[in-house]
Design a protein around this ligand. Structure first.
Ligand SMILES: [Zn+2]
Length: 238
């Protein structure tokens, strides 16, 4: 991955730590340059009765900065949309396309925009509804990669600012359900857990989260003979 550029786009601080940080840490270790985009301000993710919107935005931004540093991420772009209200509209798509034209990534990682819910997570008898912001961030990112960042006539004003069209080579989607492409994260699994643990405002019982993440990474890895793995849907763009 030497000389490759990677851009990971999540809706909230911590999204990419959950889904992709083992891979991000692996690639930065190998010499890639990584950037993050966080679409919302994370201002709704708290059950603490004393927490305020403003306080939480600041805390979560700092947590994301520190976690990104642990992973070797060069810069985090915060788009600051209101948490829980993210919409995959042209404003968001242009913001992401602009960053793509700025940092010129080879690979873009985001979530799966088609994933709405599961009734069986990791083959267990419980499920969840995928957060609306996750779907919006993922769809906007997918559209920004293709065709918006690629075609020069889509945002002529960006070109006037010197931001030339850019072709992303691969789009990777973090996925809970569709097992498509497994990355060996045995060497960076500890770093992943460390980065995730730095989102302190989000966890009442981090050991339980660590246990769940370990079980999942081990189960995925088993299929390929890796100790730990992360799973993606890998789309090579023509
Ligand atoms: Zn999230």
């Amino acid at each position: 991955m030497k000389n490759k550029i990677l851009l990971a786009v999540g809706a909230h601080p911590d999204d990419m730590e959950f889904g992709a940080s083992g891979t991000v840490a692996k690639w930065t270790k190998e010499g890639a340059t990584a950037y993050y985009v966080i679409c919302t301000d994370g201002s709704r993710g708290s059950e603490d009765p004393k927490m305020t919107h403003e306080k939480l935005v600041k805390i979560r931004r700092e947590e994301q900065e520190v976690a990104a540093r642990v992973l070797g991420v060069k810069k985090v772009f915060f788009l600051n949309h209101t948490d829980t209200q993210l919409v995959a509209d042209l404003v968001l798509k242009e913001e992401i396309a602009k960053i793509i034209r700025t940092v010129k990534p080879d690979i873009v990682i985001t979530m799966d925009p088609t994933f709405y819910y599961t009734s069986k997570l990791d083959n267990a008898d419980s499920g969840f509804v995928n957060h609306t912001d996750h779907r919006a961030a993922a769809l906007a990112t997918m559209d920004a990669c293709f065709p918006l960042a690629r075609d020069r006539l889509t945002f002529p004003h960006l070109e006037k600012q010197g931001l030339k069209p850019h072709k992303v080579t691969e789009l990777w989607l973090t996925s809970f359900e569709k097992e498509d492409y497994l990355v060996d994260i045995s060497d960076t699994f500890k770093t992943k857990i460390k980065a995730l643990s730095l989102h302190k405002s989000q966890f009442i019982d981090f050991p339980a989260i660590e246990k769940r993440m370990t079980k999942r990474a081990r189960r995925l890895g088993k299929k390929k003979g890796y100790k730990f793995a992360e799973n993606f849907i890998r789309i090579k763009l023509p």
